[in-house]
Design a protein around this ligand. Structure first.
Ligand SMILES: Nc1ncnc2c1ncn2[C@@H]1O[C@H](COP(=O)(O)OP(=O)(O)OP(=O)(O)O)[C@@H](O)[C@H]1O
Ligand SMILES: [Mg+2]
Length: 613
């Protein structure tokens, strides 16, 4: 792997890890809290109900051992009367307490699960909608591997939180407070002795949290690298196989995978120390209670039933702590997930919809179907690099403009700006006098359509893919559109005709066939401005000729900007713009530019003529 590639991967992984919260996992940052609050708001009633159930479960759990102690302390008096009734009464009370505990627990676990399911459902669809709305520039920066991580593993960890972590966390907090209070009420000197166990426990927990936060970061970092490598390999599987990169990829993957395994091992080691540690402290507390409590019983300072109650309470005191630490990594990953998700949801669309969209002026039928474009003082660059220093351009309604120029001159960039995939850094672009930024998205996409070489088909039928241009179109209209652009012929030859499934990304069709379908789509959409970026470059010459003719039909009366290296495509234009380093250096009708006999267009034309000979 080249140094640069390794660097960029590390960069991506670092960005991914950058988003992890640095502090303690259980303390959520403001935006995570806001998101959680927002998600839980519709479930306010359920949250209250869950709180009450947890309260009831804990009261039941507290009452159980207390009643056992009371029962035991009744025994000495009953030795004389031989009357079992008082014991039976206590046992019945005990039975009620543990039944309440059981049903309340079952109730809150189910309720949390239900609520979690709804929250996750809502979060997942909100996230999907948001990702779709985010601009192309966001997706260029945010790799698809990360999008997948957000949609899958982050949402999974939140789902896991609801399924197993949240109940135990809340219950543990209740349990500590309740049992602690209960012990203090029963016998405070013994209670204080038990609580001394918190000193080693706090220390142990602090250590575990610190170490596992580091280990967790390490595992996230390494798994991010694994995923990025994974996605890149399989997105480029054709290149991988044709350049025989499999062994090298395997090797890289092996390293990354090993790194991840090592990081996970460290997490396991920590768990292996912490759990037995907590267990040991709990057991030491049992010893202390037995010793110190025994002495107090012998000294008649405390009844023996209280000793039993204490011993039973100890389990409820230390066990929840262990539960919480068991779910510690769940908390950690869901806190991190929440943080990353709220970060993504905070991303603003870079090309936002206007608050009060402007309306385009109505076009009288006889004026043709095109609209005028005006580019005024536009400056634009991707990040730091300026691609268009200052562009001024007026395209009349119905005009067909050919945009030519060397590779990297900025032709595609202009097309993207005209279609508002980006907004200019300075200046403005107007369609029939309306700033593109003031147009509602739906209007914009109906009026201006960009067709490129990378026309994307969805895994659906041919007809459905054409209908994308105008979802309301009838089957007859779809077929007419295909007919008009000369696609009907090859579609008829497909096994299922218009119902033929094109496969993932249209992979079951040839590149030229995909191109024809995207033309049919545009024909059906009938926009007022059509932007073609190298749109016919994939076609063979006969097909290109068919499309040329089709274009005459498609473009009739419409405004068009045609970008092409092949001059044959440009022939239908009535104006040519030659672009060089983002600036228009020639502008005129094809015949005028040729008549001058000099200049880039004339040169291009000469070369083209020679290539035909
Ligand atoms: N998404 C992007 N992020 C960063 N830089 C970009 C991006 N797209 C294009 N560029 C840069 O902007 C400049 C203009 O690119 P553009 O794609 O507009 O050229 P072009 O004229 O369409 O070239 P071609 O004829 O090869 O299609 C190039 O220097 C290119 O490196
Ligand atoms: Mg281009």
């Amino acid at each position: 792997m080249s140094q640069a590639a390794t660097q960029s991967w590390r960069g991506i992984a670092a960005e991914e890890v950058e988003e992890l919260p640095k502090g303690i996992a259980l303390i959520l940052r403001k935006r995570s809290r806001a998101l959680l609050g927002d998600l839980l708001r519709p479930h306010r009633a359920a949250v209250i109900w869950i709180g009450l159930l947890i309260l009831a479960a804990n009261l039941g759990a507290l009452a159980g051992p207390w009643l056992v102690g009371i029962g035991i302390d009744k025994i000495p008096a009953l030795l004389r009367t031989h009357d079992p009734v008082p014991i039976i009464i206590t046992v019945i009370e005990f039975g009620i307490a543990v039944t309440v505990q059981a049903f309340a627990s079952a109730g809150y676990i189910a309720a949390i699960g239900r609520m979690g399911g709804q929250v996750v459902l809502e979060l997942r669809s909100r996230l999907f909608a948001h990702f779709q709305a985010l601009p192309v520039s966001f997706h260029e920066r945010y790799t698809s591997g990360r999008v997948i991580s957000r949609q899958v593993s982050d949402i999974d960890s939140i789902s896991e939180l609801f399924d197993e972590g949240l109940g135990s966390l809340v219950s543990a907090a209740f349990s500590l407070v309740f049992v602690g209070t209960g012990m203090l009420l029963l016998d405070w000197p013994l209670a204080l002795a038990v609580m001394a166990g918190f000193i080693p426990l706090t220390w142990l927990t602090a250590w575990f949290r610190r170490e596992s936060a580091t280990a967790y970061r390490r595992t996230r970092e390494t798994i991010a690298l694994v995923i990025v490598h994974f996605v890149e390999t399989f997105n480029g599987i054709r290149a991988v196989q044709s350049f025989r990169r499999e062994p090298r990829n395997q090797e890289i993957f092996g390293d990354l995978n090993e790194g991840y395994a090592k990081a996970s091992r460290r997490s396991m080691q920590l768990v292996a120390i912490y759990f037995p540690g907590v267990n040991l402290v709990g057991n030491l507390a049992v010893a202390v209670v037995l010793l110190y409590g025994g002495i107090r019983v012998i000294d008649h300072a405390m009844p023996v039933g209280v000793l039993v109650t204490f011993l039973l309470y100890l389990r409820r005191f230390f066990e929840p702590l262990q539960d919480v630490s068991q779910f510690y990594s769940t908390f950690q990953s869901s806190a991190a997930a929440l943080e990353k998700l709220s970060g993504v949801l905070e991303e603003e669309p870079a090309v936002p919809e206007p608050v009060a969209p402007a309306r385009l002026p109505d076009r009288p039928e006889e004026a043709g179907r095109g609209r005028a474009l005006r580019v005024a003082g536009v400056r634009f660059g991707y990040r730091d690099q300026v691609v268009l220093p200052r562009l001024d351009l007026t395209i009349a309604a119905g005009q067909k403009v050919a945009l030519v120029g060397a590779t990297g001159a900025g032709k595609t960039t202009i097309a993207r700006l005209l279609a508002r995939f980006y907004d200019p850094d300075e200046g403005e672009i107007r369609l029939d006098g309306v700033d593109l930024r003031d147009l509602a998205d739906a209007d914009l996409r109906r009026e201006i359509v960009l067709i490129t070489q990378e026309n994307f088909l969805f895994s659906a039928s041919v007809a459905e893919n054409i209908a994308l241009g105008r979802p309301a179109a009838s089957r007859a209209e779809i077929e007419a559109a295909a007919e008009a652009v000369g696609a009907a012929g090859f579609i008829a030859d497909l096994p299922d005709g218009y119902d033929h499934q094109v496969g993932k990304r249209g992979g079951r069709l040839s590149a030229g066939q995909r191109q024809l379908i995207s033309f049919a789509r545009a024909f059906l959409a009938a926009p007022s401005v059509l932007l073609l970026d190298e749109a016919t470059a994939l076609l063979d010459l006969p097909s290109e000729r068919i499309v040329q003719q089709a274009l005459q039909t498609v473009l009739l009366g419409r405004t068009a900007v045609i970008i092409a290296h092949r001059l044959s495509t440009v022939q239908i234009a009535d104006r040519v713009l030659v672009l060089d380093h983002g600036e228009v250096i020639e502008d005129g009708s094809p015949s005028d530019l040729l008549a001058s006999g000099r200049g880039q267009y004339a040169d291009l034309h000469q070369q083209w003529l020679r290539s035909l000979a």
